[in-house]
Design a protein around this ligand. Sequence first.
Ligand SMILES: C[S@@+](CC[C@H](N)C(=O)[O-])C[C@H]1O[C@@H](n2cnc3c(N)ncnc32)[C@H](O)[C@@H]1O
Length: 245
Amino acid sequence: MEWFEDEALWTGFAEVMFSAGRAAEAEARVSTSPLLRLPAGAPVLDLGCGPGTYTIPLARRGAAVTGVDLSAALLDRAATAASAAGVDIRLVRADMREFVEPDRYDLAISMYTSFGLFADHDQNMRVLRNVLTSLKPGGRALIDLYGKEIAARDGLAPKIVDVDGGTLLVRGTVLDGWTRFRDDFLLVRGGQARTAVVEHALYSAAELKGMLREAGFADVDCFGGFDAEPFDNHARRLIVRGRRG
Ligand SMILES: C[S@@+](CC[C@H](N)C(=O)[O-])C[C@H]1O[C@@H](n2cnc3c(N)ncnc32)[C@H](O)[C@@H]1O
């Protein structure tokens, strides 16, 4: 089993990865970000949607959102959150390496480092080609990641974070000559310790832009945050955008 196929990882750490704070941040970004501005009713693909962190705010603002994820447990959470919010979303359980719906979407998003999960570069390229095919001509893809420049600038000192009723220790490690990244999580709560490991590619802006161009995207650009800030020394995220020509 690959690490991302482990349902216990996503459910065991759901409150940490998909916290109320992140949900509020997503809601704010969707309402203010020029990168996420859409006409009402626009079809949007949220690839690796998890519990609907972005799917639901986008639907609330009138987009016709399809959320795709491999985790049945997270899709259940997304469905529950959608009915609580009173919005309609379409949820599909699928592997992003296989999911293709040709010419359907105006926007495809991949948020919170949901891209670059596969150790095999060709599989990550395949995801990009699937996304390109699933976009309408003129449609855009938006990929939001923890990028290599940010990891290098911010350093990798272990972080200790207070979480509801417990403490979380996160330790990041650069792997394979700065091409991959591993996060080790240790959550201590109620006298119990739980561990998890998450691995993903560590792309620089230039590398990720090159991959989008190689996949066939046009007008590839990048940003350092959801206010469309430049990707410079102040960048908080690596956000790469490409258009289907
Ligand atoms: C870091 S989470 C981000 C979730 C969501 N985008 C957010 O912003 O909260 C990564 C998501 O990718 C999903 N995922 C992992 N591997 C996948 C695959 N092969 N196909 C589809 N989804 C996958 C996970 O189940 C998880 O929901």
